[in-house]
Design a protein around this ligand. Structure first.
Ligand code: 9MG
Length: 277
């Protein structure tokens, strides 16, 4: 299925996988350790990812790593909004990773092309904040809350439960006026899932793609890759590339990654192979 994905003013044809670069602006970010806290370095990093081939930059002001502490609305607004304004001025498509309706509204006013919500727009007022405009949404599945989500999560049938949840959330978004072409879904790797759950979901990406919504996956540097390889978070590039390619080969349309340049190269090779057949 090759329908287009509308994201702000852009319409992506989905004839190749899209790359979303991660830009965490949190002091405790698990992979960049707060290095990009200063606004100018954050903008420079976003430009680099754009030049390396990122289609979207995902700006996040609240860490969602297991056990992370929540931040206030004011802190999140202060971290995220000036950056989104700066990226919009430069024509860089910004997604904003937030669960707070007030941050969503401010981000959309600042020019965000997508709201990426690990809570699938379940907060009161979240769907309304995103409806009626041109902003795309990514609806992610999470079991529990970041503080406790990895405490022995249990499912009867992880693939069906996660898929049914996402389809129901997408239907709620469409009923509220968010166009289907602006909705992406995400199984939420590592969010209330064991390694076995993550691998089952990855094998079943085709089930999610068959819903007709573009599937976004975030596997980059994640804990399950560390468990499999025994590598520390900053040594998981090869594992992240393997996981991204496996997801794309099964039908994922968007990969959320830290290592944009390497991922873009890997996907170019994958694409060339696919197009040559
Ligand atoms: C913010 N964030 C961290 N991991 C993520 C993932 O796997 N998917 C999405 N959509 N967002 C994520």
């Amino acid at each position: 299925m090759n329908r287009s994905f509308r994201c702000g003013a852009r319409a992506f044809a989905l004839d190749r996988p899209l790359v979303m670069g991660v830009l965490n602006v949190t002091p405790d970010s698990f992979s960049d350790g707060g290095r990009f806290l200063a606004r100018e370095s954050a903008i420079a990093h976003a430009r680099r990812m754009r030049d390396d081939g990122a289609d979207l930059i995902d700006v996040g002001g609240e860490s969602s790593r297991p056990g992370a502490a929540p931040v206030t609305e004011d802190v999140e607004l202060e971290r995220v909004i000036p950056l989104v304004e700066a990226l919009a001025r430069e024509g860089i498509a910004a997604a904003v990773d937030t669960r707070k309706p007030a941050v969503m509204r401010a981000a959309i006013a600042a020019g965000a092309s997508m709201i990426n919500d690990i809570g699938a727009l379940q907060a009161p007022g979240a769907i309304e904040a995103c409806a009626g405009g041109r902003t795309a949404v990514c609806l992610m599945h999470m079991r529990g809350e970041p503080a406790t989500m990895q405490d022995a999560p249990v499912y009867d049938d992880v693939v069906t439960e996660v898929k049914d949840f996402l389809v129901a959330r997408a239907a709620a978004c469409e009923a509220a006026g968010i166009a289907a072409e602006r909705i992406a879904i995400d199984p939420g790797f590592g969010f209330g899932k064991t390694r076995a759950h993550n691998l089952a979901l990855l094998r079943a990406i085709g089930v999610f793609a068959a819903t007709g919504y573009p599937v976004l996956v975030g596997l980059s540097r994640k804990g399950s890759l560390g468990e499999i390889t025994g590598r520390a978070v900053d040594e998981r590039l090869a594992a992240s590339l393997a996981a991204a390619l496996a997801a794309v080969a099964r039908g994922a349309s968007i990969v959320r990654v830290h290592d944009v340049r390497e991922t873009v190269d890997a996907l170019k090779v994958w694409n060339a192979i696919e197009q040559s057949s």
